[in-house]
Unconditional design. Sequence first.
Length: 105
Amino acid sequence: MTKFGKRAETRMNELGWDQKTLARESGVPASSLNRYISTTEPRMDIVMRVSKALGVEPTYFSEATAEAIKPYDEVISVVGRCKGGLTAEQKRRIIEILIKTEGEK
C-alpha cells in the first residue's frame, strides 16, 4: 500500500466511505483510485481532487505532497482543471500575465 493509500484509507474509514464512494465523490475512476491506494503514488491533480472530496488539505497525505505544492504546480493544476470553463478573454489575460517580463505594466 502507498503512503497516499494508507492516509486515504484512514480518512475513508473516519467518514464511513469505501473506495467506490471516494471515486464517485472525487471524480477519480475507481480503477485508478485502487491503483493509487495500492501501488502507485498519484499525480498532484489527483491528490487535489481526493483531498477536496475527503475534506482534508493536500498536505494530509504526506510531507512530500506539501513540498510538491509549489506555485508552478498549483497554477498548472488550477488552469488544467478550469480551462474548459474559461472565456477567450480570460485565457488571453492568463497568457498576457505569463509572457510579461518583470517590471512591465
